[in-house]
Write a protein that binds this ligand. Structure first.
Ligand code: FES
Ligand code: FES
Length: 162
């Protein structure tokens, strides 16, 4: 390659949902497209592709980020968790609480909501209603009116989720 040739791809090593792998990716590929198209992790949704809706939220080194606002190459050396990585054999208390409190209708926003809420709960296991609202302010839901989602997250903190 000549020194003037633009760099169009790079090799990234990333641990996704506990599994480390190496991939050559176009340098302009967004993390959300890498997760969905290269790794088939389609639980991470795309609502806007402009950083506005939160449907694409994942954890990057434990921090909730909008994966449409991150390049795949920025995840090199990092740990990523998607909604597929949340539950083991059984649903998490947060997922069960969404179910019990009717925190979803169409479900399109739900993966992003769960990832933002789980990042909050990891940092603050018993958040107040206002703290939940602040943590979820970057996640848009067109269906629920939000209240049941907030209630579902608060209930986990109070130990009320089954
Ligand atoms: Fe990423 Fe909407 S798809 S914020
Ligand atoms: Fe439909 Fe939130 S449940 S967008």
């Amino acid at each position: 390659m000549s020194v003037n040739e633009p760099i169009t791809s790079a090799v990234v090593t990333v641990t996704v949902n506990g599994t480390e792998s190496e991939h050559e990716v176009p340098v302009r590929r967004l993390l959300v497209h890498f997760l969905r198209d290269d790794l088939d992790l389609t639980g991470t949704h795309i609502g806007c592709d402009t950083g506005s809706c939160g449907a694409c939220t994942v954890h990057l080194d434990g921090v909730a980020v909008k994966s449409c606002a991150v390049l795949a190459v920025q995840a090199d050396g990092a740990t990523v968790m998607t909604v597929e990585g949340l539950a083991g054999e059984e649903l998490t208390p947060l997922q069960r609480s969404f179910h019990e409190h009717h925190g979803l209708q169409c479900g399109y926003c739900t993966p992003g909501m769960l990832m933002s809420a789980s990042a909050l709960l990891a940092e603050n296991p018993s958040p107040s209603e206002d703290e939940v609202k602040v943590a979820l302010q970057g996640n848009i839901c067109r269906c629920t009116g939000y209240w049941n989602i907030v209630e579902a997250v608060v209930a986990v903190g109070k130990g009320e989720a089954a």
